[in-house]
Design a binder for this molecule. Sequence first.
Ligand SMILES: [Cu+2]
Length: 341
Amino acid sequence: MTKQQTGVSRRKFAGLAGLASAGAFGTALTPWAAREMDARASGLTSQSLSADEMDAFHEAGVSAFPAETRGKGNQPLEYEMDGDVKVFRLTCDIVPDWEFDVGKTVEAWTYNGTVPGPEIRVTEGDRVRVHVKNNLNESTAVHWHGLIVPNDQDGVPFLTQPPIKPGEEFTYEFTALEGNAGTHMYHSHNNSAKQVTMGLLGAFTILPKDPATRPSYDREFLIVLNDGPIGGYSINGKSFPATEPLVAKKGERILIRYYNEGLMIHPMHLHGMPQLVIAQDGWLLPQPYMCDTLNIAPGQRFEVLVDCTEVGLWAFHCHILSHAEGDHGMFGMVTVLIVEE
Ligand SMILES: [Cu+2]
């Protein structure tokens, strides 16, 4: 199995999509972003746009995909060994200009400067220690969502621990229990409707000690959903066309790990090939099932396998359509599965 792929360039995507010559996009991005922002600022609606103007906005968005932006979440969090303990460090930091779409920035509350925060990845049986430093101007705490931990490590202020006040540090320590493998997450559990949606969230993966206990795959992708103040409807902290495509080769089996860190449900619809749902909230299903649209509620995680049998550019989006497309084209929870020959 391999870790998440590196991105496909905008130039390459334009070529695959049969859009105007790839070279034309070398300078298209900034004018597109400017035009898009002007249009929204001036309140243009479909009533005031001609069909050609609407088409131009839609084409421009796809042409800009995958648009490059500053900052990338889900990067593996490095650790140090202290004896047999894996020691991680998280710092809660405010980033004043998280770029969720081209030229569009917003204040984000982050772990280690990105949304989502870095991915913590351990193996069943690992002893884990996480130092959390709070550089926010309000208290926080970290909850290990989906992990079976001792009660005093569960991260709920006043219920299981004192809050981590501004400037303070708190250390969590627990064992990733055998049997608790799967797709989990970590996030703030203090003033959480604000702190989580502002960006204090991340993926926590527990790999099985024995790989044979879970289905195998060729590549994997993380899709962290959010619907708060960080750019609205987002995938991995970005809004289309700044989302990343999933890129696979024909014949490969990919694993998609979903996480809903938002406040709304998001039915994620993949064109072209079915999703085989194998796990919910980390737990392997006794009977995997096929679907093309998987509804994901806040707090839920799912693992699905997709057999990439069909070559092409397959739209992949939330099917609450107002989370994905408007008069000015696709935005928000939209990406593309690219299956290459
Ligand atoms: Cu949605």
